[in-house]
Design a protein around this ligand. Structure first.
Ligand code: GLV
Length: 313
């Protein structure tokens, strides 16, 4: 039986399916493994099932000799795909199953930021709500606004579909222009025209720091930036500066720069910033579906078939 090392305890139904075909060794604890423990556990295994917190670089590939890395995430910036390709190691991800869930969270952040949902919750909990009055916590409408989707992939399109239900005009930059009614723009045009800019690009060398001081400066005053993609797509220093000088109306951030991600503490005092702890795909249903997809990929490879979700060619 081929050995599979799993770095995070998957739901038991998925582990059982894997165990029917492979010898499975799993980290039993819901804790990200230290690099040394990951290498020790995966050494000599056929496949390594990873979370997006597990860094799989050339040294890990060489030290373990795995033939497949199945990431339980759609993003795979934690894996050196070039190094894997050179070593003929297959890499897979979990596209599709988390699309709608992540798009839901992007919308939750838009609504929370524009309608001051988290701020209102804090006010009520602080005992500071003493009855309705007409000037209390005025926010901004989401419906009818112009949304700029940066990266029209699966998740970007799911966000665009939701936007139609909110009677929004949708601009997009990058991605597959198969949707009727969405308007293509260069990035500078999109930034200048949108009331809300929502990021849906993967983290690659080309998208690292994609939204910096110049890009934020192009955004409308009072526009809102939503990031459910990867923190490193945005230059945090530039974002904090734009928020501090009141250039932006706010930001809804599910992801943060760094690995592990570390929200900039200057954001904590900003009422017009809504932050969630990288929970774009974090629902019970979607986590199950992601685990199933990762298992499908390992099982295919273990049975000599092409895994359905190969990345990087
Ligand atoms: C989550 O961020 C993912 O890439 O699946």
């Amino acid at each position: 039986m081929r050995r599979v090392f799993v770095t995070w305890p998957l739901p038991s139904a998925s582990l059982d399916r894997l165990a029917a075909v492979c010898q499975v060794i799993s980290n039993p604890r819901e804790e990200i493994l230290a690099r040394a423990d990951l290498i020790r556990g995966a050494a000599g295994a056929f496949a390594l099932v990873t979370t997006l917190r597990d860094v799989v670089d050339a040294a890990v590939l060489d030290a373990t000799g795995v033939k497949l890395v199945a990431n339980v995430a759609v993003g795979f910036d934690n894996i050196d795909v070039d190094a894997a390709r050179k070593r003929k190691v297959l890499v897979t991800n979990t596209p599709g199953v988390l699309t709608e869930t992540t798009a839901d969270l992007a919308f939750a952040l838009m609504l929370a930021t524009l309608r001051r949902v988290a701020e209102g919750d804090r006010l009520v909990r602080a005992g500071a709500f003493h009855g309705w009055h007409p000037g209390l916590m005025l926010g901004r409408d989401l419906h009818g606004k112009t949304l700029g989707v940066v990266g029209l992939g699966r998740i970007g399109r799911a966000v665009a579909r939701r936007a139609r239900g909110f009677s929004m005009r949708v601009l997009y930059h990058g991605g597959r222009p198969e949707d009727i009614g969405l308007e293509p723009r260069s990035l500078p045009e999109l930034l200048a025209e949108s009331d809300i800019v929502s990021l849906h690009v993967p983290l690659t060398p080309a998208t690292r720091g994609l939204i910096g001081a110049e890009e934020l400066g192009r955004m409308k005053r009072h526009a809102v930036l939503i990031n459910t993609a990867r923190g490193d797509v945005v230059d945090t220093e530039a974002l904090v500066a734009a928020l501090e000088r009141g250039h932006l109306g706010g930001a809804g951030l599910d992801v943060f720069e760094g690995s592990p991600e570390r929200p900039d503490p200057r954001l904590f005092a900003m009422e017009h910033v809504v932050m969630t702890p990288h929970v774009g795909s974090a629902t019970v249903e979607t986590r199950r579906a992601m685990a199933e997809k990762a298992v499908d990929n390992v099982l295919a490879a273990a049975q000599g078939q092409r895994p359905p979700d190969l990345v990087g060619g």
